[in-house]
Design a protein around this ligand. Structure first.
Ligand SMILES: Cc1cc2nc3c(=O)[nH]c(=O)nc-3n(C[C@H](O)[C@H](O)[C@H](O)COP(=O)(O)O)c2cc1C
Length: 340
């Protein structure tokens, strides 16, 4: 039940903004949290001193909870820095959370673990995770799951029981998607691609434009094309020239991919970005940014505008409430009626 989730984690609206790598910075996190949902930042590749600064910046704008994510395919070098700066919620994905959970809990932060299968969910709960993000195969970005979200939610709920806090992620882009997940027993939803297409996201304007232009799930593919930097990790992206040339060449392995080693764009620092790198285009990147990894979930066809994040949260929640089953609908005293 979403009301129970909101009460436990200090939210008014049971929506979590996914940590979409460096595209989700303090501006986005603070706007989403300020609206009563839970904003987030992905800091896996951010230097520790910048992580601390970003957390301080977010906390100076909102006193509400927000999440800070580490993808454990990489050593979480900035974890201590995040905890010392007072990150209220840490989420972990892509790896074994066991070595890090005690430290996070000792620092007093809430912990969420994203997983793509029931065994991962069970283990995370045994280790003391406060909530589990069930990521379905529909998700944008790197995809841990091989299962569709509805089936995954059902299996995890059956194994963990009613007490576990389950957040549904993957392909959720509009109010009907949110209501479907909550009516199916999720306690909250996490949305990534939808928030990439907002004013505050740091995504390059060309990337945002392509998200708006895509009109169906068929314009995404789950692939291993953009393997540079993150090995053996399937990811869902918008189809673009790099992906199509690689597929036309028969999906060759690293070392034999078409135009491998070619510079496709430049970072704001002037550093080159090579074709097949796992980096998504951000503000300040220049060059053929549309040929970089354009991560997107299957809900992309239902994203048609570029709103401010707080307005988006309020609109989604107002529309969702009308679609909830009676037992899920807010009572008159529910905190969900207040849009902070
Ligand atoms: C651009 C982008 C970057 C992402 N980066 C991360 C990340 O750094 N860490 C992580 O745990 N998940 C990351 N994800 C996956 C999200 O956590 C989440 O599972 C996904 O966005 C949900 O699917 P949706 O995009 O269809 O809403 C990313 C997703 C996108 C679209």
């Amino acid at each position: 039940m979403y009301a129970r989730f909101c009460e436990r984690f200090g939210l008014e609206i049971p929506i979590l903004q996914a940590p979409t790598g460096s595209i989700a910075g303090p501006e986005l996190a603070a706007a989403v949290s300020g609206a009563g949902a839970m904003g987030g930042m992905g800091v896996t590749w951010t230097p520790p001193e910048t992580i601390a600064e970003q957390i301080r910046q977010t906390r100076s704008v909102t006193h509400k909870p927000f999440l800070v994510n580490f993808a454990l395919a990489f050593e979480p070098l900035g974890l201590q820095s995040a905890l010392e700066a007072g990150a209220p919620v840490i989420t972990l994905s892509w790896g074994d959370p066991a070595p890090y959970l005690p430290r996070i809990r000792a620092a007093g932060a809430t912990v969420g673990v994203q997983t793509g299968n029931p065994a991962g969910a069970r283990r995370a709960v045994q280790l003391g995770a406060d909530f589990i993000v069930c990521q379905g195969i529909e998700a944008g970005g790197h995809v841990q799951s091989t299962t569709r979200l509805d089936a995954l939610l059902r299996e995890v709920r059956a194994q963990l029981g009613e007490e576990a806090f389950l957040v549904a992620a993957g392909g959720i882009a509009d109010a009907a998607d949110i209501a479907r997940a909550l009516n199916a027993g999720a306690d909250a939803v996490m949305m990534g691609t939808r928030f990439v297409a907002t004013v505050e996201s740091r995504a390059h304007p060309e990337y945002k434009r392509r998200l708006l232009d895509a009109d169906s799930e068929a314009q995404t593919s789950l692939t291993v094309c953009f393997e540079g930097g993150w090995s053996h990790a399937p990811h869902r992206v918008l189809r673009n020239a790099t992906l199509e040339a690689w597929e036309a060449a028969g999906c060759p392995p690293i070392g034999r991919r078409p135009s491998e080693g070619e510079i496709v764009a430049f970072a704001a620092s002037g550093d080159p970005i090579y074709r097949y790198e796992d980096v998504a285009p951000r503000i300040g990147h220049t060059g053929a940014v549309g040929e970089m990894a354009l991560y997107a979930g299957t809900g992309v066809g239902r994203i048609a505008d570029l709103p401010e994040a707080a307005a988006l949260v309020r609109r989604l929640w107002a529309q969702t409430q009308a679609l909830l089953r009676p037992e899920n609908r807010p009572q008159s005293s529910s905190p969900s009626l207040h849009h902070g």
